[in-house]
Design a protein around this ligand. Sequence first.
Ligand code: SF4
Length: 202
Amino acid sequence: MMNNSVFNPEQQQKEISSKIVAGLERISEVFKVLLWEKAKKVGLSPIQIQILIFIAFHKQELCNVSHLAKEFNISKPTVSDAIKVLDRKEMILKDFSSPDSRSYTIHLSALGKKIVAETNDFAEPLKAQIDTIGSNELENVFKTLGELIYKLNRNGILTVQRTCYGCTYYQKNKKTDYCNLLKKELFNEDIRLDCPEFEERV
Ligand code: SF4
């Protein structure tokens, strides 16, 4: 079993899928490194920065403790702790006006927006390298990435995704993909990974 490990370099020589897993593991380190650089600058933890950036770009119904826990695969108490710090630093505002009186949604304060402006480019060094790859190759990578995210979601590893493939409005025709909400054919580059209109297909 140990010999078959994808982390065993010998195994990686035997099959490309092992090499790809090892490669993805390396790339996941990039997010850690880049987030830590920003974290040091603004005096927040990586997860606190991720929460602020998420709130800045997503609809209110996703900006609550339960959803954030699912989105980032951490426990609700861990999210609550992060929110407590952000609240104490006056970077967020809690809104208790939702129909469910036990929970609240989270907004950014003016200071929170300023911090987002300083940190939301943390992944730019990664994007800059991706931009050096040819567009045909990128299209293929994107297609594979979308399929992989969808498959990982279907088998329960990745609980949250907002791609077309898992959306109620998505329709697969013989050779084309179609969005019944936008009423248009989806070419490869139109497939979304984080769609604001996404509704989970059940
Ligand atoms: S609503 Fe968004 S996620 Fe759903 S199929 Fe249309 S574009 Fe894709």
